[in-house]
Structures are given as C-alpha cells and as structure tokens.
Design a protein around this ligand. Structure first.
Ligand code: F6R
Length: 609
C-alpha cells in the first residue's frame, strides 16, 4: 500500500515534518522508509529498511537540509523489504527522486527497454523505471521542461500510481501525479503538502484538495496547479475543510478498520488482479508438475484453501488437499515427501501452525509455495516461490479484504493451470476471465446496494442464540467463512456445514425462528439447495439467503434476502458472496455493542502453536 508525503515550506527545514508525517502514515506499511530533500539546488537523501523509528535512530532522518522534500514509508510489493528497494528511487544521474505508491504493471517491458538504452537499475522494484524513464525523455528532448518530461513519461505507465517527484534540475517544485492510488494536497499559510492520505498532514492543516485519477499537480512555495495528464487542460479546485479528528482520519472517516477494509475490497481486488503474470506462471508451473498438492492454512486462510480446492478441481482437473495447518504434521507429516507440493496461504506469513506445517514438509524435501499479504514475512523467506496478495496492511483482527484477495489469486492460478492443461473451452475461459475482471465492480455494487438492508437484518437477528450457515459445493467455503466472521466478532455461536449434511444430524437443532443463512449462487447445485431450504423451512427456520439478483424462486422462500449481481460463475462466487456475510457480522457486532476491531481473546497474528 505504501505512504507518500511531500512538502514545500515557506520557512524551515522540511525533513522533520516529512518524518513526523510519515509516522502518521505508518499504518500503510513500514518495511522501509526514505526521505529526499533539496537545498541550494542539491539533492540529499536518506533511506533504509525497517520501521521509521528504527531507521531514524540510526540515520537521524531529521538531519537533512532544505525546505522542500519527499518521503515514503513502504509496504513491499515488488522486491523484498531491503534498503536497495526502499524509496526514493533515482535515475542514473541521481538528479531525479521519485516516491511511488501503486503498481506499474508494465515495468518489466519498460525496464528491458531502458536497460537496452544503457540505464543501470539497482533495485527489484517497479518504481525504479519511473526516474529512468524521465531521464530518458529529457535526454531525447533536451528542450522539454522537467514537468513536461514527467507528463510524457507517465503517459507510458500502465497500472496504478500516486507519485511525488523532485529534481535538482527544477529544484523549487514537487510534481505529483495520480492514477488509482490515493493522493491529496494540504494547504496552509506555512506551505503546501502532498500525501497518500489526510492523516499525514491533519495536525498541520485541515484544508485539503483531493486529486483525481489522470491528474498532474505542480507544487511550489506559492501554491498548487492541477492539470490533466492527457492534454494539460488546467483544473481549478478549491480546498475543502476536513472535519475529522486524527483518529477518524486514519480510518478515513469509518468508525472501525473492519468496515473500512470491507469497503476497500474493490480497490484491493483491483490491485490483486494486476498481479504480474510472471509470478502466476511460475507458481502454475510448480502446481502443474506436482504429484500431490496440499493447501495448508489456518482460519480464514484455510477457507480460501477450501474454496481453491474446488477451483483447481473444476477448472484444471487438479486434485488438491486443503488441510488445517495445525493438523498437517499429525495427518501428513510422515507421508509428505519430495514429490509433494505445499501451497501455504497466510495473510500474515507468520502464523505458527502454518510455519510448523511448512517446516515439516520442507524437512521432507517437499516443494514450498507461499501466498501471503506480507512480503518479507517468514513464509516468503522459506517458500521456493511466493506471491503477495496486494491487499495492503489489514488492521482489523477479522480478515476481510485479504480473504477476497487470496481468493482472487487462487482463482487466477486455477485459470492459468486450466489454460496450460487445456481443460476448458476458450468461451468458458473468456467468460471466467471477464467475470474475474469485473469482480471489483460487483463487490462495489453489493456494498452500495445491500449495506442498509444488511444493517436491518443484523438488527432483527442480533439476539439469536445460534446461526446456521449452509451452502453446497464451493459455497461451503463461503458458509464456513461467514460463520467464522459472525462468531469471532459478534460472539454468536454458529455452525456451518455443507447443506447436504444437515439432514444427517444438525437439523435436529432447528426450531421456530432459527436463523439459517443459505449461500445460493445459481450453479448446478441450485435445485438441490432449494430442497435443503425447504427442509429447513418445514421445521420453522427463518431463511436468510444470499442470492443472485432476480432469483425469484429462493426469494419467495426467504424471510430475508441479500442480492449480488447476476451471472457470477460458481467457481468465482465466494468472492462476491462473502461480502454480505462480512457486513452481516460487522453490523451484528455493532448491534450488540461490541468492538469489531478488537474481538476478545484474538490476535491479528497467531505466533504460538
Ligand atoms: C479470522 C482470522 C483468522 C486468520 C488465521 C490465520 O478472521 O483472521 O482466522 O485467518 O489466524 O492467519 P494468517 O492468514 O495470517 O495465517
């Protein structure tokens, strides 16, 4: 996710202010930190891996001259959290400094092109192509102004970015640009500021100017100028007054991190779907070769594995074994071997049970693949190949946006493997890829259209003593995840199982008014699922269904229904269908007066077995 900050002060040194502002952006990542300033036309820079306080202790980040500068706190995506990958990044001459939040999707092509032209790269980041691109543009058009060279260069970037750029070639300016990564300006009598997020400058000013996609900003000591990147059309935008407190600002106005993170899912899915093909291809090759594949994880990440086992089976005809990490050693510790492949899934990359399972498999020469949200975590260090989920730091204890990001990577892997193995028709593949691409939009629609209704459902059922969550096929995984969310933050005992199992025992619990949540995508199991709904209804259950828009049959059987957009293929359904369940858990916790961000007895990262 990363945090960027820049400022031009009318008086005084910029570095201490950049340092304190980056501290307020640390919730966006803290793998490394760096600051660059300009004084008397010369560039100064300090950066290193580690948290801001740790780096400051060694380097004294405040001790940089000049009233103008930029800074960055990193959440690693491309390249490990090392000094060499820390921002700011620079060109061959060291005259251009860039801080970036986002992902340059076409960086590999650009890097190859620039390397062929003689540019030397030092990092593994996508960002480093930007200063070199600007350097090259200026070399080819010496008459171009620095601002125009930036403008021309960023037109070649694909992907997302919020940028702040300074240079000794034009030492009185900070140039910023935005595409799909947040960027906001702050203004007061003492200077101008640019940042990823309002909390960075809130103690200094509450006058903010929001920057939109496709806009370039030129900051000088006199103020700011905004124009369109595409055709330089000037844009006039006055500052607005932000009424948030500092704490509200970190949560971007939301009362809790959990709801902020639920709402962030369209963006985090977009970022995750931008994954470099190269990493997916590599992982796919390992999966394709594997004799047996174990999908190993705990809690929510295990539910992603369970869903993935359906995806791999249905799309790529690859049987996989989802296993609770805490059970792996007992269950498979003796049989796992050199021909086994372990795909370990962990948001934190530090869960003790997952690492213990991985270590056991590694000692028996199995291939370890990792999927995690935290680059640099132990899992990334012990995996042969790993992929990052690009969800940004998740602060709410209950996993939400990382779950949907995990699912979208696993779906991409299953699709790649299917393609490699030629297992499904081109038409089906096109349809699935198209649907995956529009997943962020679908999630946006669900949150926008269903949130109010879900609040009412939460209000109505808040005093229920127990809930069932049922689904068939891949929706079993969705049901398990919905139930875990409700239990962990609303403390309502809940039971989830495949809907077909209900008549083999659990149905005896059902009595009048018993809430049963059914997950109902329109897939091959739809008809049978209706049978299961009827069985529950006959015993007085209250049906809360999550259905496709316009599913009149199930609507008619439901006391409450929540709709998701039409036409979502079954193998992708856990991504949108889990969102209403996350909201239901969140609003039920609020109805019960509980703090969803701090559920009792739980920790974000479970580092004990
Ligand atoms: C539930 C939740 C936990 C984690 C589990 C594994 O909302 O967050 O169940 O999913 O502790 O954690 P990671 O994914 O970090 O290995």
């Amino acid at each position: 996710m990363c945090g960027i900050f820049g400022c031009i002060l009318k008086e005084g040194n910029a570095a201490p202010l950049i340092h304190s502002s980056l501290k307020r952006l640390e919730y966006r990542g803290y793998d490394s930190v760096g600051i660059a300033t300009i004084s008397d036309g010369k560039i100064f820079m300090k950066k290193d891996q580690g948290k801001i306080d740790e780096v400051h202790k060694i380097l004294n980040l405040d001790d940089l001259p000049g009233n103008l500068g930029i800074g960055h706190t990193r959440w690693a995506t491309h390249g490990a959290p090392l000094k060499v990958n820390s921002h700011p990044h620079t060109d061959c001459t060291g005259e251009i400094m860039v801080v970036h939040n986002g992902i340059v999707e076409n960086f590999m092509e650009l890097k190859a092109e620039l390397q062929n032209l003689g540019h030397t790269f030092v990092s593994k980041t996508d960002t480093e192509v930007i200063p070199h691109l600007i350097e090259e543009t200026l070399k080819n058009n010496p008459k171009l102004s620095f601002v125009s060279a930036i403008q021309e260069s960023i037109k070649r970037l694909e992907g997302s970015y919020a940028l702040a750029i300074i240079s000794s070639r034009d030492p009185d300016k900070i140039i910023c640009a935005r595409n799909e990564s947040p960027l906001v300006l702050g203004i007061n009598g003492k200077g101008v500021f640019c940042a990823s997020d309002i909390p960075a400058f809130l103690p200094i000013t509450n006058k903010a100017v929001m920057i939109n996609n496709g806009e370039l900003v030129i900051l000088t000591a006199q103020g700011y100028e905004i124009k369109k990147i595409s055709d330089s059309t000037p844009i006039t935008r006055e500052p607005i007054t932000i009424e948030w407190t500092a704490e509200m600002a970190v949560k971007q106005g939301y009362p809790h991190f959990m709801i902020k993170e639920i709402h962030e899912q369209p963006e985090t899915l977009r970022n995750t779907l931008r994954m470099q093909d190269h990493y997916l291809d590599l992982l796919t090759t390992f999966l394709d070769r594997a004799n047996e594949v174990f999908l190993v994880a705990c809690g929510t990440s295990y539910h992603a594995c369970l869903a993935a086992s359906y995806m791999f089976s249905k799309l790529a005809f690859l049987p996989t074994y989802p296993v609770y990490a805490s059970e792996f050693v007992e269950q498979h510790g003796k049989s796992v071997n050199i021909d086994s492949t372990i795909l370990a899934v962990s948001q934190s990359g530090e869960t003790a049970d997952t690492l213990a399972a991985v270590t056991c498999a590694q000692q028996r020469a199995a291939t370890i693949l990792g999927l995690t949200n935290v680059i640099g975590s132990t899992l990334t260090r012990i995996s042969r190949v790993y992929i990052g989920t690009q969800a940004g730091p998740e602060i709410g204890v209950a996993a939400t946006k990382t779950f949907t990001s995990q699912l979208s990577v696993l779906a991409q892997l299953a699709l790649k493997l299917s393609k490699k193995r030629g297992k499904i028709s081109q038409d089906e593949m096109d349809c699935l890829e198209e649907n995956l691409k529009k997943m962020p939009e679908d999630v946006e629609t669900i949150v926008r259209t269903q949130e109010e209704k879900i609040k009412q459902i939460a209000h109505k059922y808040k005093d229920s003593k127990v809930f069932f969550y049922l689904g068939r096929g891949i929706s079993t995984a969705t049901a398990y995840e919905g139930r875990l969310k409700l239990m962990e933050i609303a403390y309502i005992p809940s039971i989830a199982f495949p809907a077909g199992e209900s008549k083999h025992g659990p149905i005896s619990l059902v009595e009048n008014g018993f809430p049963v949540v059914f997950i109902c995508p329109r897939d091959d199991s739809h008809k049978t699922l209706i049978g299961n709904i009827m069985e529950m209804k006959a015993r007085g259950a209250h049906i809360i269904s999550v259905i496709e828009e316009g599913d009149e049959e199930i609507k008619a059987l439901s006391e409450e229904y929540i709709e998701v957009p039409k036409g979502i293929p079954s193998v992708l359904s856990p991504i949108p269908f889990v969102v209403p369940l996350q909201l239901l858990a969140y609003y039920t916790a609020l109805e019960k007066g509980l703090d969803p961000d701090m559920p009792r007895n739980l920790a974000k990262s479970v580092t004990v077995k």
